[in-house]
Each structure stands twice: as structure tokens, then as C-alpha cells.
Design a protein around this ligand. Structure first.
Ligand code: GUN
Ligand code: FE
Length: 606
């Protein structure tokens, strides 16, 4: 299958015939060759909570390095840019449709909140539609190109391998029954190299072109397909993909003991890890997650495998070796020394890749799993780096867990204060759940710059509780969304968005307290709010909002092409659907079948 060509569309394929050959650069590592590309479609991205910008149609310019050069409405683009080649990628292309379209397209910026001002400053426009209409605006179309000259040379199509069933895996790789340590090699070598995630990236050359390459853009016309920023999953457990969708019958602590620890123990075997991790990362990418913050397991080798898989698949990944030196089963626990040393070795391993897309994360599992000595060592490890290495963990997820922490640390005022005592709360930290955080904890989260990853599916599935997101935001705390696979049973951030809306409606019904007894009116989250959390909010929590989250010039092009009319897809469009209707339908009823393409820093990964 050629990713570039709509299936079963001979008309369209014929139009992709190359009419004029132009020189291309053989450097294809970013998937774009030497020429900037301009993606045209229904562009929807977030400029803030409740602030969607919709360009119908809009165009996003992307440099060969995968950096966004411009975002424009179609008329502006058509009247100011030079299109030197073009691809058409939509089903309904017929020779007649390539003629100048009727004047029916509008360019609008929509603020989802009533009464908000228009951001675009652009009124209704002409042009756009199938086939462009560039000629009408005086844009010289020098040639059309074949897809062979397009960005997709970067990645051969991929078939998903059939993953072995978990039973098959259990048979082949039984869990170790005794002995701690995980058997992984350890290293105590130190590192003070700076974090790979601290900005810059491979795309600082916005607008750059290779010397000698013809100027002008290559237009990739997606018709009325949506162009959305990739989703940011702020919290997922890659090893738990092995049991996702099973064992949803217990609350957190019992669930960890019965299902989770025995599963994670199997990752002492690196080849088992590679198979599960490959399936897991592929699944997340296919669902439109371009950035994911992963917990691995306590095993150094398997954690390296996860970092390797993330890199190989082209995902933007934050990866943590999990740390646990107390309160576990004998078959799944490490010594304090091994845990600290292996965390350091893991960070070194990832940083030496010098790949901006893969970032090591310091990952204490949660307070009950980590001794004060280990937490101190991990806080020190994070802060040795400048900026500090990111820290991820769980915080105030369930009532029983909070009680347990109180008993373990009577010296600390609250759960968050334990992490803070050991240097684990700072502007690169983000904590999953935070459902039961009291006012003092929330103040600490805000003052330390720690983000909160809201995982509503998991909070429902493990009967943990319901987060009041609006209160967190009102108090100045960064909030993103996570799937928390497999505490949550879905790998899809579409599910996380929907369940975040449902959770917020329960909070609203309970007047601010989902468990009842609240007294403050709280507005539920809208589809545009949760879309913001799933993109910009997640990027803020992970400290990469300067790089991704929306389509601001200078950021990197992590994006989804969504076909709302895909054959056999999960919903039908209405005849009069506006761009906003199409977008809403996808958020509420779409799935991975609609997600036709996925780009990370301009490179196609689905
Ligand atoms: N708390 C400690 N470990 C875990 C985990 O694996 N999942 C969830 N949801 N909470 C945790
Ligand atoms: Fe979790």
C-alpha cells in the first residue's frame, strides 16, 4: 500500500502523475526532502481552554526539518505563496472537481466560548476546496508532483503484526517466583549532561531550505479532512498493555497486587518486553498519540528496550524506569542501591541517543513503593541536570493509598509534601491522578510548577474518585490528560477526552464535589476544553509547550490527518455539517479508523 494514494481512487492517482520533474534532496530523515510542504485541510487546534481556532480551509507550512513555518487561511496562502507541486488526497476527486471551486469556503476562527473575539482577523474567503483554486488568486502552479516525490518516502507502510495472546506470553515467559532485584545489570556511572528535552530540538531552522533547492512549497491537499495536533498522553504504563482491558474488578491497591505486579515482573525478559512494547507503542501511535509519557518496569534492560522502541517507531516519548524498593512482592522489588544506580544508567542511556524525541523521566512508582533514601537519590538525580530531568509519579489517587502514605510518613503534612521533601516536585514534574489532593497539596503543586495528569478512565475503572479539573486550573495548576493504561482500559486519548467530560459533569452535578456535598457551581468541561487538555495541556505538563501542542509557527509539526468519511468508519456526517460539527463528531464518536496519517516532527509515522 502506498500511503500517499487514496485507496481505490484511480482518478486521483492519475492526477498525481508527475508533470515536471524537480530536483529533490536525498536527505529524507525528516520525511520531507528539501522542500517545505504546505498541508491544506480543515485545521483545528487549541489556543487556550475553550478557544478553538478553526481554519476552513487552512494551510500549515512545514519546513523539511518538520518545523511549522506558517499557519494561514487559504486565501492568504493562495495569494502570497508559490506552489511548485501538489498532491491531492481526498476521495471525491473527479476531473470536474479540479476546476475552480464554487465560492463557498469560509475561513473562520471560532472561539468556543460565547462572545469571544475573532482571532483570525480574516473574513469569509474564496477559493480552497478540492483542487485548490490557486490560479484564481494568481498563485503560479508550476507543476504537480507524483507522490514518489513527496514526504512519504520516509517510511514504508507497516502492517501490524499479530501480537501473541497474553496467555501465550505467560506460557513462554512465566513470572519469576522468588528473589528480588530483577536481574538487570546496574551501573553507577554519573551523568551531568543536560536534558535532551530542554528546547531547541532538531527544527530550530524554521523556514530553512537546503542550498540550491528550489523555493516554493509542495502543497499536500487533504480536502475536507481534519488536520489536528497530535495527542499528548501524559501517563501510560507500557508493560500493562499486556493486560489492558482485563482485571477491572478491583480497587487500586488490590489491583496492583493481583494483576499488575505479576505482569510487570515478566519484563525481566527483554525479548518479552520488546514484543509487548512494540505492540503498545504502535497502538498508541495508531490512536493518534504522538507524545506519550511511559512508565516501564523496574528492569533496566527492558526499560532501555522501551526507549529503543519509542525511538524506532518515531514517537515523541518520555520514558521512565520504574523505581520500587519497598512494599512489593519479593519477585518484583529492587534494592535501594540498584534502583538509584539503574535510574542513572537509564537516563545516561537515553541521553546518549542525542535524540530530542526521546526523554528519560525519573520515575518513583509512588510513595508506598519508595524508601526516603531512594526518593532522595531520585530527587538528586533529577536536579543534577539543567533543566532538571522530568519526574513522573502517582499522587493522591485513592483514599486507601492516601491513608497508607499518612501512616508511612507521619512527619509530612500531606502526600504531596513527601515528594516535595525529597526534591521531587519542580517545574518538570507531573503527577497522575491527584484526585484527593487537599488545598495545601494543590498549593504545593501550583507553587512548585508540578503538573497534574488527569486519568478519568482509570479513576472510574479502579473506583478511585473524580478529579475537579476546573478547580485545579483556577488555582494555577497545569493539567493534562492520560490514559493510564491499564488502570484505564483504553489506549485512546479520544476516550480520555470523553471520560474527562463525563467526570466533569459528575463534578458539576455534585456542585464541585463529585462525591456529593459540594456547594459551588462548576461548569462541565466542553469538547474544546478537553481537546485543549489532550494537546496543549499535556505539552505544558511535560514542559514542551514551546515545541508542540498546537500549530503555532516555530513549533514542530506533530499532527493527525483525520478522514471523517473513511469507508467503514464509525460515524456519518450530516449534509450540512460545519467544520465544527465534523470536529465534534470525531471527538465524540471517532476512532483510530478515522486517523489516516500521523506525523511526528514532520515525519509520517502512520
Ligand atoms: N499507583 C502505583 N502504581 C500504579 C499503577 O501502575 N497504576 C495506577 N493507576 N496507579 C498506581
Ligand atoms: Fe498509573
Amino acid at each position: 500500500m502506498n500511503y500517499d494514494r487514496p485507496p481505490n481512487n484511480k482518478d486521483c492517482a492519475a492526477q498525481l502523475t508527475c508533470l515536471a520533474v524537480f530536483q529533490t534532496n536525498s536527505r529524507m530523515e525528516y520525511g520531507g526532502g528539501a522542500r517545505s510542504r504546505a498541508f491544506k485541510g480543515l485545521v483545528v487546534h487549541s489556543l487556550g481552554m475553550g478557544k478553538l481556532q478553526i481554519l476552513d480551509p487552512g494551510v500549515i507550512g512545514v519546513s523539511p526539518q518538520g518545523v511549522i513555518e506558517f499557519i494561514e487561511d487559504w486565501p492568504t496562502f493562495a495569494s502570497t505563496r508559490t506552489v511548485v507541486s501538489r498532491e491531492l488526497h481526498h476521495e471525491s476527486v473527479t476531473p470536474a472537481a479540479v476546476a475552480p471551486p464554487p465560492v463557498c469556503d469560509t475561513t473562520l476562527t471560532l472561539m468556543a466560548q460565547a462572545g469571544a473575539e475573532d482571532l483570525s482577523g480574516v473574513g469569509g474567503g474564496v477559493g480552497g476546496g478540492v483542487g485548490g483554486g490557486a490560479e484564481r488568486h494568481g498563485t503560479p502552479v508550476v507543476s504537480e508532483s507524483s507522490s514518489e516525490e513527496a514526504e512519504e518516502q520516509a517510511r514504508p507502510p507497516k502492517r501490524r503484526r499479530r501480537a501473541a495472546t497474553f496467555d501465550e506470553m505467560v506460557e513462554r515467559f512465566p513470572a519469576p517466583l522468588a528473589g528480588g532485584g530483577g536481574g538487570a545489570a546496574s551501573s553507577s556511572s554519573s551523568s551531568s549532561s543536560s536534558s535532551s528535552s530542554g528546547g531547541g530540538g532538531g527544527g530550530s531552522g524554521s523556514g530553512s531550505h537546503d542550498e540550491g533547492a528550489p523555493r516554493g512549497v509542495h502543497l499536500v491537499d487533504m480536502g475536507r479532512k481534519l488536520i489536528l495536533p497530535g495527542f499528548v498522553d501524559g501517563h501510560a504504563h507500557a508493560p500493562q498493555y499486556a493486560i489492558v482491558g482485563t482485571g477491572m474488578d478491583l480497587p487500586l491497591l488490590e489491583w496492583l497486587e493481583k494483576y499488575t505486579f505479576p505482569t510487570e515482573a515478566k519484563f525481566a525478559c527483554a525479548s518479552f518486553a520488546r514484543r509487548i512494547y512494540s505492540s503498545s507503542v504502535r497502538r498508541h501511535l495508531d490512536c493518534g498519540t504522538t507524545t506519550c509519557s511511559y512508565f516501564a518496569t523496574i528492569h533496566l534492560e527492558a526499560s532501555k528496550v522501551l526507549a529503543d522502541v519509542v525511538e524506532h517507531e518515531g514517537m515523541r516519548g518520555f520514558v521512565g524506569k520504574v523505581c520500587m524498593d519497598r512494599n512489593s512482592k519479593p519477585y518484583y522489588v529492587e534494592s535501594t542501591e540498584d534502583s538509584a544506580a539503574d535510574s542513572r544508567a537509564f537516563a545516561d542511556y537515553v541521553l546518549q541517543k542525542k535524540n530530542d524525541l526521546v526523554t528519560p523521566v525519573v520515575t518513583p512508582r509512588f510513595v508506598p513503593s519508595c524508601t526516603p533514601e531512594l526518593m532522595q537519590a531520585l530527587g538528586d538525580l533529577s536536579r543534577e541536570h539543567s533543566p532538571p530531568l522530568p519526574v513522573q509519579s502517582h499522587l493522591s489517587e485513592s483514599v486507601n493509598e492516601c491513608e497508607w502514605v499518612k501512616g508511612l510518613h507521619p512527619d509530612c503534612e500531606n502526600y504531596a509534601a513527601v515528594y516535595d521533601k525529597y526534591g521531587l516536585l519542580h517545574s518538570r514534574s507531573y503527577m497522575a491522578h491527584c484526585v484527593h489532593c487537599c488545598g495545601a497539596e494543590r498549593e504545593l503543586l501550583a507553587s512548585s510548577g508540578t503538573g497534574v495528569i488527569h486519568c478519568p478512565n482509570s479513576n472510574f475503572s479502579l473506583s478511585s474518585g473524580i478529579l475537579n479539573v476546573r478547580r485545579m486550573l483556577a488555582e494555577g495548576i497545569k493539567v493534562g490528560l492520560g490514559t493510564d493504561v491499564s488502570g484505564g482500559y483504553s489506549c485512546s486519548m479520544l476516550d480520555a477526552m470523553r471520560q474527562a467530560i463525563t467526570a466533569s459533569k459528575m463534578v458539576a452535578i455534585g456542585k464541585g464535589d463529585a462525591m456529593g456535598g459540594g456547594s459551588t457551581a462548576v461548569e462541565p468541561l466542553s469538547f474544546s476544553d478537553v481537546f485543549h487538555l489532550a494537546t496543549v495541556g499535556g505539552a505544558q505538563c511535560l514542559g514542551i509547550e514551546d515545541k508542540i501542542g498546537n500549530f503555532v509557527a516555530g513549533k514542530e509539526f506533530d499532527a493527525l490527518i483525520v478522514d471523517p468519511s473513511v469507508e467503514g468508519g464509525p460515524f456519518d456526517l450530516g449534509e450540512d455539517d460545519s467544520a465544527l460539527d465534523v470536529f465534534q463528531r470525531f471527538i465524540f464518536t471517532g476512532d483510530d479508523r478515522n486517523i489516516e496519517r500521523v506525523y511526528v516532527r514532520g515525519k509520517r509515522v502512520k
